[in-house]
Design a binder for this molecule. Structure first.
Ligand code: ADP
Ligand code: ADP
Ligand code: ZN
Length: 208
């Protein structure tokens, strides 16, 4: 049983790494960003409420996102643990999570601010399997896993990116202290190759 949180600014590599580590540990990746994008494209009530916030690079209100996560972690496949990717993002969300389940490790992926804009503005997503790539390594625009036609997220354009980084600093960065104070935080250097970051995370997680 291993409940893990991946923390870090937009573009740190949370999605990339949580997909890899989820396969390695055979526990599901729970990405609130992916769940919200699916809700938006299906035009569910949650998706309709969330869309304007996401387009502006603001956080979706806590109540909406907490309900979504509460239902998800209750599902059967989460019994042996899970990786939360992109949640919690506020202290209120962290408090709500603490009331729902135990947290075993918080992996903080640290990447210098000046790297993030280049990573995010070059990010390309697979609509079919959710994998993220960078335009510099996948100029052909095809998913390496399933061949899907990669697209750029609407909120990955530079104007919105700046706001998302500001929102991260104001609302999410305080969680580093929050989890350090609870003895759960491990920080890994995310400014390395994808493979090296995965190794650092594997070590951090095994040290439990
Ligand atoms: P997050 O989920 O934290 O926003 P992603 O995993 O989607 O971040 O990664 C953001 C972008 O950076 C993507 O284009 C991805 O391919 C790229 N990326 C991820 N990890 C690395 C890395 N270690 N080095 C270089 N680029 C990376
Ligand atoms: P990133 O690549 O920046 O980490 P995500 O895919 O995790 O982005 O999230 C995209 C958008 O979805 C966020 O900008 C925000 O509007 C919304 N979102 C995702 N997770 C949360 C959350 N835990 N709380 C509030 N809003 C969220
Ligand atoms: Zn794919």
């Amino acid at each position: 049983m291993m409940n893990i949180i991946f923390l870090g600014p937009p573009g740190a590599g949370k999605g990339t790494q949580s997909q890899i580590v989820s396969q390695r540990l055979s526990i599901p990746q729970i990405s609130t960003g992916d769940m919200l994008r699916a809700a938006v494209s299906q035009k569910t009530p949650t998706g309709l409420k969330a869309k304007a916030y996401m387009d502006a690079g603001e956080l979706v209100p806590d109540e909406i996102i907490i309900d979504l996560v509460r239902e998800r972690v209750d599902e059967d496949d989460c019994r042996n643990g899970f990786i939360l990717d992109g949640f919690p993002r506020t202290v209120a969300q962290a408090d709500a999570l603490a009331a729902l389940c135990a947290v075993d490790r918080v992996v903080n992926i640290d990447v210098p601010q000046e790297r993030l804009v280049a990573r995010i503005s070059g990010r390309r997503m697979c609509p079919d399997c959710g994998a993220a790539y960078h335009v510099s390594t996948h100029p052909d625009g095809r998913c390496g896993k399933c061949g899907g036609a990669l697209y750029q997220r609407e909120d990955d354009r530079e104007e919105t990116v700046r706001n998302r980084l500001r929102v991260y600093e104001e609302q999410t960065q305080p969680l580093i202290e929050y989890y350090a104070a609870r003895g759960l935080l491990v920080t890994v250097n995310g400014d390395e190759s994808i493979e090296r970051v995965t190794e650092a995370i594997a070590q951090a997680v095994e040290r439990t």
